[in-house]
Design a protein around this ligand. Structure first.
Ligand SMILES: Cc1cc2nc3c(=O)[nH]c(=O)nc-3n(C[C@H](O)[C@H](O)[C@H](O)COP(=O)(O)O)c2cc1C
Length: 181
């Protein structure tokens, strides 16, 4: 069965920088895994409720989102760093979709304002590992504002190279786990 990859953009900012990173990862996956199905989930395009542990689970948009996650072998999540942590929408998505993340290979792309918040994604990564045995790719990408130019393209070659490395790692690890299964 062909591999299935998903790129999730979780920033609600219309000028999101993590979304730019996500788009590059999406294009990389399309190019590098041309036999695979590569899907895109943008939380600016799909309205989801705030998780309340109850009625929110019945939201009509949730089943399709959950299915995208469930059928993916590997997932790249693009995250804005807020308050020295992952932006709330990424956490909310995981709270809403929970077990759909079981055994997934997961990579992170983080956009931050400054250089010092590079550990911010760890609590989300830990929760995915502990609760759902997700396999977290160590080479996550962290970019601060200096990586982007005025028109918001990525000008930092090192960041572009790290996004490509993460994309390759997602394919390599997901595919080898699939073969071993
Ligand atoms: C409410 C808020 C909190 C933020 N907190 C941090 C922070 O703790 N550390 C940091 O480096 N940048 C912080 N920033 C800057 C964002 O990480 C930066 O704007 C980044 O580009 C957000 O990603 P996005 O463009 O994909 O939305 C914060 C921005 C906002 C709006």
């Amino acid at each position: 069965m062909k591999s299935n990859f998903l790129v999730v953009s979780t920033s609600l900012n219309q000028d999101s920088k993590s979304r730019i990173m996500a788009r590059i990862a999406y294009d990389n996956l399309k190019r590098l895994a041309d036999q695979a199905e590569v899907n895109w989930l943008d939380l600016q395009e799909v309205e989801l409720p705030i998780c309340d542990g109850g009625p929110a689970y019945e939201h009509p948009n949730l089943p399709a989102v959950k299915e995208q996650i469930e059928k993916a072998d590997g997932i790249i999540v693009a995250i804005p760093i807020y308050n020295y942590a992952s932006g709330a929408m990424a956490k909310n998505l995981i709270e809403l979709t929970g077990r759909a993340w079981t055994d997934k290979t997961v990579g992170f792309l983080c956009a931050a304002g400054g250089k010092s918040s590079y550990m911010s994604v760890m609590s989300l990564a830990n929760s995915l590992m502990l609760d759902f045995r997700s396999l977290i790719i160590p080479s996550f990408v962290y970019a601060d504002g200096n990586a982007f130019d005025e028109t918001d393209g990525i000008t930092d070659e090192a960041v572009l190279a790290r996004i490509e490395k993460l994309s390759r790692e997602l394919i390599r690890i997901s595919d080898s786990l699939k073969t071993a299964a």
